[in-house]
Design a binder for this molecule. Structure first.
Ligand code: ADP
Ligand code: MG
Length: 696
């Protein structure tokens, strides 16, 4: 036993705990709980107060209570579902315990006259107040069990493991913690000042004392929580930095800036680069000329002109005899890139390949062959570009558009793709969803960041109004007027569910309705269920002006560029996040004419809905909108759930704890240069469950 006590807890397997056999150890392993340290860092989600007994007469629905009384009756009832109902009474009232799953032994034990103490949430049921599946203790008269001495932790719900079991494991783990066997991995001078010791923080959070400030804990602002949140965020940051260092230890082809080719390219463009585009082009070109991989994120609002910058980067690779992959998240956007790059690069004699999931058969083979033998200098497509069957001849640069839809995993897969021996391609990532600074610092610590913070000249800001659906006819009249004047319009249908089919049906219904009400207009329909050829056809007709009104689903969110379209109606905008609305709205305001966006909302609107639409009316600045979106909806929605899902935070919250991030950035850099040996231990402690960083 003495040996176990001094052994570091990350080396003590859970099976050494009392009551843990192989089958429990296996269950725990499924949760990545392998060692005693893992149990200590498996932190409660919330707390309930079981330190005092509530008289049954004063229990209220939707509260967690402890009650104590005598079983008066226990009966099996056959309602919609068979259940065991057990009436419990104290001097002040009665309550019903209800069990939908129960054993014969359980029923026998709950016989009238038995004294019982129960823990659970009160709800209103058919028999008055009820508690479903309470935890309970039975005892004979005169020997009640002692009440809890600390707040009771509720752990993340886990298949086949009861809360009681989790608590008893935590209890044992805490008892083993001696102050010597759990390392403080973050040097004191790198931690925030008002910091508490790691062991104290853990003890506090697993078993907060009776008088603990339960509201502060619920808000995640207790110093013990902040202590651990800091370490967790620091670890994530370190892991991304490590990723970055690992990648940058590889070689990448040195791509000198091709002044001649760039000159030819820019000469044929109908416009001059903006100052911001030039600056970002220079930042990218400086990276490309280095012998290790560029890892750069280019942020720029919709319409800021990221594509040209991407093309300039591509030319640097092509000029050096390397291939380029350009990947977009949707077919439509990939097609748009293909069109742009074709019109810009073909005149320069550059050969393109095209690959999406929908391309099959012979056509696919031809493209694959061109990519593999190097005859295609640039390959454009969707994520189909990095399936195993795609072999590049000599990939030098990967360009990813709209990065927030891809996760860290996909970023890594692409880095792997171009890997020939020790050489990896440069990587340029473009996103039109501005990432609030705090998030960029944490979720994108592995990337350098450039910002195109200037729109091309001659754009008029979109004027946005919110109109209730009860005034739908006025809005339809507006569409009629705009089209009569030779303008074009979008009508966008949104849905709550992310279902391509349902969304397509909603758009079809809207198109039918508008056909009837606006018979003089030529109305087109585009949605995700159309074949690529059909989509292309519709887009071409809209671009050429033969379609006046385009009814669409959110598939037009990105990329589509029709300068004569100056009016956009968005139905049920309250269903979308701000960033997505902003993206959609970016489809208008691309020409010189004043553009309008009508947010056609359903009444009644929630307070949050009112707030969101107000922001859309007030600003056209994507960065402001992203900050607001972050405040209103949290990082999961802003970065995409995939992305934050991968971050898998246990206790920290990117937004709530954002004021920690400045210190974290500093501490992470210092720690990785001064104490690099601590990094693997931190990663093991906080990230062992996510295979995200294991394989790199
Ligand atoms: P995004 O940043 O949203 O990807 P795009 O690259 O699609 O923007 O550019 C939007 C539109 O602006 C395109 O029609 C593009 O040709 C045009 N554009 C890009 N840069 C400039 C510029 N410097 N001056 C004028 N128009 C530009
Ligand atoms: Mg774009």
């Amino acid at each position: 036993m003495a040996i176990t006590l001094s052994k570091p807890l990350d080396k003590v397997p859970v099976i050494e705990l009392h009551g843990v056999g192989q089958s429990l150890a296996d269950k725990l392993a499924k949760l990545s709980l392998r060692t005693v340290q893992d149990l200590l860092f498996h932190l409660p989600l919330r707390y309930i107060d079981r330190t005092r007994i509530t008289p049954i007469g004063s229990i209220r629905p939707l509260t967690d209570v402890v009650i104590e009384g005598e079983v008066r009756a226990s009966d099996i009832v056959f309602g919609k579902r068979r259940s065991l109902m057990c009436r419990v009474q104290d001097g002040t009232g009665t309550v019903t315990l209800r069990f939908f799953h129960f054993s014969a032994a359980q029923k026998n034990n709950l016989k009238p006259g038995t004294r019982i103490r129960c823990y659970g949430e009160v709800r209103r049921g058919s028999s008055g107040f009820e508690i479903y599946h309470p935890e309970y203790h039975l005892f004979s008269k005169g020997e009640p069990a002692p009440l809890e001495q600390s707040l009771t932790a509720i752990y993340p719900a886990t298949e086949g493991l009861t809360q009681q079991r989790m608590r008893s494991l935590a209890n044992q783990a805490l008892a083993m913690m001696t102050g010597h066997n759990l390392a403080e991995l973050v040097p004191e001078e790198l931690r925030p000042q008002s910091d508490i010791a790691l062991a104290d923080a853990l003890r506090y959070l697993h078993q907060p004392p009776v008088n603990a400030p339960i509201d502060l804990l619920a808000a995640g602002k207790h110093p013990a929580q902040q202590r651990l949140a800091f370490e967790e965020l620091l670890t994530h940051h370190l892991s991304l930095l490590r990723l970055r260092h690992k990648i940058q230890r590889h070689h990448a082809p040195v791509l000198e800036t091709p002044d001649k080719l760039h000159g030819d390219f820019l000469d044929q463009l109908p416009f001059e680069l903006t100052g911001a585009q030039q600056r970002v082009r220079d930042e990218v070109c400086t990276d490309l000329a280095k012998p290790y991989p560029m890892l750069r994120l280019v942020q720029g609002d919709v319409g800021s002109g990221k594509t040209v910058v991407a093309a300039l980067a591509a030319l640097a690779a092509i000029d050096a005899g390397k291939q380029v992959a350009v990947m977009a998240p949707t077919e439509i956007l990939a097609e748009q890139h293909r069109n742009n790059f074709e019109s810009w690069l073909k005149p320069l004699g550059i050969r393109l390949a095209w690959l999406t999931g929908k391309l099959k058969g012979k056509g696919r083979e031809v493209q694959l062959a061109a990519i593999a033998d190097g005859s295609a200098q640039i390959a454009i497509g969707t994520h189909a570009l990095f399936q195993d069957e795609v072999q590049f001849h000599d990939l030098g640069l990967v360009i990813i558009d709209e990065q927030h839809r891809f996760g860290v995993h996909q970023r890594l897969a692409l880095r792997e793709k171009g890997r020939g021996g020790n050489v990896v391609p440069h990587q340029l990532i473009m996103t039109a969803t501005p990432i609030p600074r705090t998030l960029a610092m944490s979720a994108y610590a592995d990337l350098d960041c450039s910002i195109i913070d200037e729109l091309p000249p001659g754009r008029t800001p979109v004027n946005t109004v919110a109109v209730a659906n009860t005034r739908r006819n006025d809005v339809i009249q507006r569409v009629r007027d705009a089209c009569k004047e030779g303008r074009q319009a979008y009508w966008v249908c949104t849905l709550v569910e992310e279902s391509e089919l349902l969304e397509a049906q909603a758009a079809e219904a809207a198109a039918d309705e508008l056909h009837m009400l606006l018979p003089e207009l030529n109305i087109g329909l585009i949605h995700g269920r159309l074949k690529p050829k059909e989509k292309e056809q519709v887009m071409a007709e809209f671009k050429s002006g033969s379609i006046d009104l385009l009814v669409a689903t959110t598939v037009i969110e990105v990329g589509v560029d029709v300068p004569n379209a100056s009016l956009m109606i968005i139905e049920n905008p309250e269903r979308l996040g701000l960033a997505q609305l902003h993206q959609l709205r970016g489809r208008v305001g691309r020409g010189k004419i004043a553009s309008h966006c009508v947010l056609l909302y359903s009444t009644p609107l929630s307070n949050a809905g009112v707030e969101r639409l107000k922001i859309m009316r007030e600003t056209n600045d994507g960065f402001k909108i992203a900050e607001k979106d972050l405040q209103l909806r949290g990082p999961g929605e802003v970065l995409g759930t995939r992305q934050t899902g991968e971050m898998n935070l246990r206790i920290a919250d990117l937004q709530r704890d954002s004021e920690l991030l400045t210190q974290i950035k500093f501490s992470a850099q210092k720690l990785s240069s001064d104490n690099p040996e601590l990094v693997p231990a931190l990663i093991q402690r906080w990230l062992s469950g996510s295979e995200q960083f294991g394989s790199v």
